[in-house]
Design a protein. Structure first.
Length: 202
């Protein structure tokens, strides 16, 4: 029989794993604007909004990033686009909020953590997480904001306090890959965790 991980143990595992997360992985970001660094004070003026939290949206699939370049150019009437190659914290199995197929103790960890941070919203949080658990996806946590108790920015900040550096969504999840099915899309909750290492004009 597998030994059940307690909430306290899971919290410590996540925090310690993030501290040990010294490696980075490569991802891509598409935009119609050229810039030197990411700045979340200017976030979400382009395509995509905050469907999976407030943060910097990147993808491991460059074709998905190129799709968003085309969308942004059409929206803004610009002729040029830019494909950014970036580094983000590598996955260690615990540091990203996985939108789908989580183990029961992960739901409980998030639920109990949010209740501790916002005890006045206990009923909304319980209802939302139970619904997520029933449907085997944490998507509704973002899309309903725990019964609209949180906006995307506040929810992302709360998840950061629980030890998550970002949210991971499979490319093509709910057609979010725009015809692509390989790789993952990420919402990185802090712009300090996204480093530009290259840019191509498109």
């Amino acid at each position: 029989m597998k030994k059940k991980i307690t909430e306290s143990q899971l919290r410590n595992i996540i925090k310690e794993s993030i501290k040990k997360c010294l490696t980075e992985m490569v991802a891509y970001h598409g935009s119609s604007v050229q810039f030197q660094r990411f700045d979340l004070s200017q976030a979400h003026s382009g395509e995509g909004g905050t469907m999976y939290g407030f943060g910097v949206y990147v993808t491991t699939n460059p074709k998905t990033a190129e799709y968003y370049i085309d969308v942004a150019k059409n929206q803004n009437g610009r002729q040029q686009g830019f494909l950014y190659t970036v580094q983000i914290p590598d996955e260690n199995g615990r540091n990203y909020f996985n939108i789908e197929h989580n183990e029961p103790q992960v739901y409980d960890y998030i639920m109990n953590g949010l209740i501790k941070l916002r005890p006045n919203l206990k009923n909304e949080i319980l209802d939302c997480l139970e619904y997520c658990k029933e449907h085997d996806t944490l998507m509704w946590l973002f899309q309903s904001g725990c019964g609209y108790a949180f906006d995307e920015k506040e929810l992302s900040e709360l998840l950061s306090q629980l030890g998550y550096v970002g949210c991971r969504v499979p490319v093509g999840y709910q057609d979010a890959g725009m015809g692509q099915t390989q790789g993952y899309n990420y919402t990185i909750f802090s712009d300090k965790n996204v480093k530009i290492i290259g840019v191509q004009q498109k």
